[in-house]
Design a protein around this ligand. Structure first.
Ligand SMILES: Cc1cc2nc3c(=O)[nH]c(=O)nc-3n(C[C@H](O)[C@H](O)[C@H](O)COP(=O)(O)OP(=O)(O)OC[C@H]3O[C@@H](n4cnc5c(N)ncnc54)[C@H](O)[C@@H]3O)c2cc1C
Length: 505
């Protein structure tokens, strides 16, 4: 084993939304930071795939296989790269709503409260939106939480055919709003991500990044209270790195896997797992894509655009939350969509050049997104060092209601004689996201003040260790129907303030 002779203030494992942002912030505060990232820099051509290639190749899957509830292997759609999953995300950066932080009755049970409220995270949401140059407009979506100021950047114009669709939905009584999106100024790499707004924003004097460095396990001192070494495989060799503070930000699945793999005499069930909560309560947003027939051709290459939260908290005669609706990006550029309707990707894999271009040019895709409840049986665990996932969606009826409600709204818009951009179709093809769509997962090391039921405290520090923190979506106690990205970034910025006080204290 090679022992790195440098000692850092902080080692961060993973460079996605949480880790990349935290690395940038801490290095700018003057702390020496080492980022260990298992992936490498992503080629520009791979970042911005906007053609049928998105469907044909097994893009955005690492070579490894995880094992699903039935024991069968599957290729997860997850990006091991500088920037992590933010390199392929839709860049929609939404705030959780105030009530999302509270105990919230869903149709199937109570979604638990967070250990802090919206007001505490709000200043970090402000900073997160500024840092990631989020373009949005407030005051339209009635579910929107309070904010201290208008977005610094107005939304970019939508593709022209979507404006009449917005009006058509308004005529149906909906309040479509421009999704808040992170943009860069780079024409070749237009969306913002954690490589740009996290790592590259950092202070290079203080920030060291080792890519292709896969962390295997953490080593503790004899009392088991402190992480003393981080073991990683770098270019086929085992290395040991050390720091005063270690932060796991390897994403909801891999952070849990690293903790479980790091079991030792003091932590026989895995590091910081005396509560047996590490890996449990995995939540994977319920995602259903729905296709609508467009009358005008579009090029299938545009960003996500409209959001609808009219059913977020319920509907007529429905007093529990249903979820969020989002206009997907163009069919040829939405990595999630390419993964999702299995029937489409199957056909396109079997028949090269199956009419995807045509399909894309004639369709508008939507996402229906609904919260799930934490369930201790939904878990990440290891078997012979392989990642296994037990998972059963819950809160399904609420999701189905959302899907059917949205289909009714689309049909009503299509039947409206003023609406010309979409047309009635015999059916609206739709598909639930398959098991391989794990990009929105969260909850496997949840946050809470009680060490018997939570892995980290309200600051993100592991209950059983003094210098180990977690800064990714694994700490989410619940899974909001809007995406988790902005909340992961805000939590990382909040942690940087906490660590600044601790390192200087
Ligand atoms: C196709 C797609 C579209 C999405 N669109 C949106 C969206 O529009 N809005 C939204 O809010 N969310 C979206 N998401 C979800 C969002 O990307 C994630 O919620 C977010 O990136 C999670 O941040 P994280 O820091 O928890 O993990 P990640 O961003 O996944 O980062 C984890 C990092 O850890 C690294 N890593 C893993 N294991 C190790 C190891 N052993 N050693 C070293 N490094 C390791 C990984 O390579 C990665 O860089 C999308 C996800 C996908 C896949």
């Amino acid at each position: 084993m090679i022992i790195d002779d440098r000692h850092y203030d902080v080692i961060i494992i993973g460079s996605g939304a949480g880790g990349g942002t935290l690395a940038g912030a801490l290095s700018r505060q003057g702390h020496t930071v080492l980022v260990l990232e298992r992936g490498g820099p992503m080629a520009l051509a791979d970042q911005n795939v906007a053609d049928v290639d998105l469907f044909r190749k097994d893009r955005y899957h690492p070579r490894e296989r995880w094992f699903g509830p039935d024991g069968d292997p599957f290729p997860p759609q997850t990006m091991y790269a500088l920037g992590g999953n933010t390199k392929i995300w839709g860049a929609v950066l939404e705030r959780m709503r105030e009530k999302d932080f509270e105990e919230l009755p869903l149709q199937e049970g109570i979604s638990p409260a967070w250990p802090f409220d919206y007001a505490e995270l709000a200043p970090y949401y402000d900073r997160a939106e500024q840092l990631y140059r989020v373009h949005g407009r407030s005051g339209i979506d009635p579910s929107e939480p309070p904010r201290s100021a208008e977005f610094a950047h107005l939304p970019r114009p939508l593709p022209p055919f979507l404006e009449p669709l917005r009006e058509a939905l308004q005529r149906q009584g909906c309040k479509p709003y421009d999704l808040p999106l992170s943009w860069s100024d780079d024409r070749d790499d237009p969306t913002g991500d954690a490589q740009l707004y996290g790592l590259a924003w950092g202070d290079s004097q203080h920030l060291s990044v080792r890519h292709d460095a896969r962390v295997l396990r953490l080593h503790v001192n004899p009392s088991g209270r402190e992480v003393k070494g981080v073991e990683a495989e770098v270019a086929g060799e085992q290395w040991l790195f050390s720091a005063d503070i270690v932060v796991l930000a390897a994403g909801a699945i891999n952070t849990a896997a690293i903790l479980l793999r790091s079991n030792n005499e003091r932590h026989p069930q895995g590091l910081s797992n005396g509560s047996d909560q590490v890996g449990r309560n995995l939540m994977n947003l319920q995602l259903t894509s729905i296709l609508q027939l467009a009358t005008e051709r579009n090029d299938g290459r545009y960003a996500r655009s409209l959001g609808i939260n009219d059913y977020y908290w319920g509907d007529k005669n429905v007093s529990f939350p249903l979820g969020h609706i989002q206009a997907a990006g163009g069919v040829l550029q939405d990595a999630l969509f390419a993964e999702s309707p299995p029937v489409l990707s199957l056909v396109s894999k079997l028949i090269p050049d199956f009419g995807l271009e045509r399909l894309a040019s004639r369709s508008i895709a939507w996402w229906a997104m609904s919260e799930v409840l934490p369930d201790p049986h939904n878990k990440v665990w290891l078997h012979h060092d392989q990642i296994r996932i037990n998972y059963l969606h819950n809160n399904r009826e609420a999701h189905d209601r959302l899907v059917y409600r949205w289909l009714d709204t689309l049909k009503a818009a299509e039947a409206d004689p003023i609406t010309k951009v979409v047309t009635a179709a015999p059916t609206h093809p739709r598909g639930e996201a398959p098991m391989s769509v794990v990009g929105y997962s969260c909850g496997t090391c949840r946050m809470g003040e009680n060490p018997a039921t939570a892995v980290v405290n309200r600051d993100g520090r592991c209950h059983e260790l003094d210098n180990l923190y977690i800064a990714d979506t694994s700490v989410f106690p619940s899974c909001p129907s809007v995406g988790p990205g902005l909340t992961a970034i805000a939590i990382a910025l909040r942690l940087s303030d906490h660590l600044e006080a601790r390192l200087h204290g």
